[in-house]
Design a protein around this ligand. Sequence first.
Ligand SMILES: [Mg+2]
Length: 187
Amino acid sequence: MIQINKISLSIDLDDTLSCFNEHWISIYNQKSGDNISIDKITDWTLTQFVLPEWEDKIFSREIVYSKDFFLNVPIKEDAVDFMKWACEKYDVSIVSASYFETVPDKAKWIIKHFPFFDIRNFIPCYYKYKIGADIMIDDGVHNFNRFEGKKYLIDRPWNKKFKEYDNIRYNKLTDISKCMDNLLYFG
Ligand SMILES: [Mg+2]
């Protein structure tokens, strides 16, 4: 069903609805014997936080592109509640910058966790402003470039240094839904 009467919402997948970075860190620590933690990932470039011999192996078949990696990424604890709420009120798209080989497993993950979501609105897209949504929720501040709509930033260690976004920074998805509810009711 085309939901042309609803406000459109673009929500990110990795590290917004899912715990992508926690997952690769867990596998990386197991395989490498290293012991990095999520709070140490203070930048978008992940390779700088791993042992030198692993820099070329994170985004390879060793870890991120290993079989079933994306199928097994943990879900954020409030993601189902948020998505049920959002799909009732908004025209929701899950928009994810994705290497093409990962798209089928990302789609399977979405269907598994959000069976009520119309999977046709899963959109692999690198430059997310192109979707032209009214609202964007993301953990990557670079995705807000050239985006004209309302922005909500999910607080994560790698975006904390971007203080200019502190006024749109939220710890939890359900904090965002409360804020969006207020917008709907009070303009
Ligand atoms: Mg993300």
